[in-house]
Design a protein around this ligand. Structure first.
Ligand code: IVH
Length: 673
């Protein structure tokens, strides 16, 4: 075979493997083999530059485009879609179609509305001839060089190709690619990208195709613009199936249904699955599937009548960042947070959002007075994504961490090598003390109902308490007659305080707020030592002799019990009648789940998460947050998350709630009967 023929063969092979890899996600050959084909082709082209053709797979990234993007006029305008925001709107749309067609449409194509940027791709005799953005719908920008750099955009189509065709689709950035890109930004101390959509658009509309190529962009094709010399098909869905055969990426979530009820079910599913996909969606596009029916209902000047976009609630909105304030946590860590003009986003009204630390404020470059993008997706806590720079007023100043704590006026310091600044005031800082007391009274610790932040604030400002032990010496005349404190509420609070005197030692240990001692560690310590006094007498070595307690934790516990203010605190608890010893000390010999690592997903009937965790730990087992090869069993309740698939793929035992109970009673061997 001569070099020209071999080069042609290699081009076909590499195109084929690109299709398997990038479009079907199902490679046939190992990466090394693929690389060697590409290298052989590149070597031949090096030797004979005349063999290089523009759509050779080696030519994805050419030289940078010069000047502005050239305008590209669309032969068929790129319409936008009319929107509806609820199911009523969808039904009204179907009603209009039914009247216009004198009967309901035969079928609908339901598609996810992917949040990216619309592009038009023109193929001539199967070769990518031009790519352009939507622009104003009539004229966009010619971004051919960049589109060629996106692996998922075929340079040549496969099989029986049409004479000329334009297709439309959405270029997007997978969420995983976006997160990876932002991790790199953070490692470099650079500003994070705002969201996948803007990043995808920016990656296509910048001048260097090598940058586009590095961004792991993806595409779903969803429409034919024009077609010459192709098959005559009757429905939109047949067209999409045909485009898939040509090697274009068609979203497998597309679904043809035959009633508006089924459309609504699709919409509900799409909303539910919104955060389990690797790409962002902002709605559902519904199209009349029959092309004859599409023709019959036609278009308005702006949008087709045969398609509609159902919009999901936006997860990002802009609002004003009024100020940045700081909060001192119970450990003394200082956290800046944004005070926002209230904004309804992702289903809740957001008024504040954490900014984590000073470095984060600078990286994001958000300044008091900025208009900022606020995001709340699913159940994730709201975050300030970044400023809208085009709306920034002149002269807005960067925010810096105050030098002194606004609560206690002691210096704020940034310990060497750490991201989080700290208040140096200890518990003399009212900001920190308040958090400490609220933590002491919270669930998981002493669980004193009615003793939340509001009451803590009252007790502090009135000088009624100064440390957690003082809570147990409160009397009714301390509170009687104060604003909002009637006889009943006082009695309820004092009753709750009385009840809390009897909490297990583990709860008291959690409440003390010793560094590194959370619920799990506290339960291990309580099981082993049985009383505060025994633990206080233990040396660091004795503490770290136990499974699950590392030297750092042991050091922190031992140091805590040595400090004189803590010795005094414990004796105040004792005087106030707080129980410092467990009644029935867990039998350390009876640890039927020793060495067992359990992961819990979904909701259980008879246990809260905390209770299930405590039940495992009381038996010497461990509860982990994620499934790995080391996991002994996954407990799957109702609506399990992705952990279930992970466990199944790793061959980890999966227990239902009944199986979990057997485990707790009889240990892991109970499943092997
Ligand atoms: S169809 C005439 N299908 O949503 C049909 N659009 O406002 C035109 N989009 O500009 C569009 N996913 O950027 C269609 N499956 C999908 C889509 C989709 C996302 C975007 C597209 C368009 C906008 C419509």
């Amino acid at each position: 075979m001569d070099d020209a023929a071999r080069a042609a063969e290699l081009r076909d092979l590499v195109h084929h493997h690109n299709y398997r890899y990038h479009v079907l996600d199902d490679p046939e050959v190992a990466d090394a083999e693929y690389d060697s084909l590409v290298r052989e082709l590149a070597a031949l082209e090096d030797k004979h530059p005349e063999l290089i053709v523009p759509d050779s797979p080696t030519q994805r990234v050419g030289g940078p485009v010069s000047g502005l993007f050239a305008p590209a006029t669309h032969r068929v305008p790129m319409f936008s879609l009319d929107n509806v925001e609820n199911l009523d709107g969808l039904e009204a749309w179907e009603g209009r179609l039914t009247r216009s067609l004198a009967g309901a449409p035969r079928a609908f194509s339901c598609e996810l509305k992917v949040d990216g940027l619309a592009v038009s791709l023109t193929y001539e005799r199967g070769r990518l001839a031009r790519a352009s953005t939507r622009g104003d719908g009539t004229t966009g920008e010619d971004v051919t060089a960049n589109a060629r750099a996106i692996d998922q955009v075929p340079l040549v189509l496969r099989g029986d190709v049409p004479t000329a065709m334009e297709v439309r689709g959405e270029i997007y950035m997978p969420v995983s690619a976006f997160d990876a890109l932002n991790r790199i930004q953070a490692d470099r101390g650079e500003k994070p990208y705002v969201n996948p959509r803007n990043t995808a658009a920016g990656s296509v509309r910048q001048k260097n195709p090598a940058v586009t190529a590095s961004r792991r962009l993806a595409i779903w094709v969803y429409q034919i613009g024009f077609l010459e010399g192709g098959p005559e098909l009757d429905t939109h869905s047949e067209q999409m199936a045909w485009l898939a055969e040509l090697g274009l990426r068609i979203n497998p979530a597309n679904e043809v249904v035959d009633s508006i009820d089924a459309v609504e079910a699709y919409v509900r599913d799409a909303e539910r699955a919104r955060h389990s996909r690797d790409y962002e969606t902002d709605g559902v596009v519904v199209k009349v599937d029959s092309l004859a029916e599409q023709q019959a209902v036609g278009s308005t000047a702006k949008a087709p009548r045969w398609a509609i976009a159902y919009k999901m609630a936006p997860e990002e909105k802009t609002t004003k960042l009024q100020t940045i304030e700081i909060n001192v946590g119970r450990t003394g860590a200082v956290t800046p947070y944004a005070v926002l003009e209230p904004i309804f986003v992702g289903g809740v009204t957001v008024t504040t959002a954490t900014l984590h630390n000073e470095g984060e404020v600078h990286r994001k470059d958000v300044r008091p007075g900025d208009t900022v993008i606020v995001r709340r997706a699913g159940d994730v806590i709201p975050e300030v994504v970044g400023p809208v720079l085009s709306l920034r007023r002149k002269g807005l100043r960067r925010w810096n961490m105050p030098k002194r704590c606004p609560f206690c006026n002691n210096p704020i310091v940034l310990p060497e090598g750490e991201a989080k600044a700290r208040c140096t005031g200890g518990y003399s800082c009212q900001g920190r003390l308040r958090e400490h007391l609220a933590h002491f009274a919270a669930r998981g610790a002493m669980d004193i109902e009615g003793l939340g932040y509001k009451t803590v604030d009252l007790l502090l400002t009135e000088g009624l308490i100064a440390d957690p032990a003082d809570i147990f010496t409160l009397r009714s005349d301390d509170l009687d007659g104060r604003d909002g404190w009637g006889e009943t509420s006082v009695a309820n609070l004092l009753g709750a305080i009385e009840a809390a005197k009897n909490r297990p030692v583990a709860n008291l240990l959690v409440g003390l707020g010793i560094d590194h001692v959370g619920g799990s560690v506290a339960r291990v310590l309580a099981r082993r030592f049985g009383s505060i006094d025994a633990l206080a007498r233990a040396t660091e070595d004795q503490i770290s002799e136990m499974g699950g307690i590392g030297p750092e934790i042991a050091g922190s516990v031992a140091a805590w019990f040595v400090a004189s203010e803590n010795v005094e605190l414990i004796s105040k608890f004792r005087e106030a009648g707080v129980r410092l010893e467990d009644e029935t000390r867990g039998d350390p010999g009876n640890e039927i789940l020793a060495g067992v690592s359990i992961v819990i997903t979904g909701t259980l009937d008879a246990f809260s998460r905390d209770e299930a965790k405590a039940a495992v730990e009381d038996r010497g087992g461990r509860v982990a947050g994620s499934v790995s090869a080391k996991t002994t069993a996954l407990v799957a309740g109702v609506s399990p998350g992705s952990k279930l698939a992970k466990a199944e793929s790793l061959g980890v035992d999966v227990l239902d709630e009944a199986g979990f109970r057997r485990h707790l009673e009889r240990g892991p061997s109970s499943e092997q009967t």
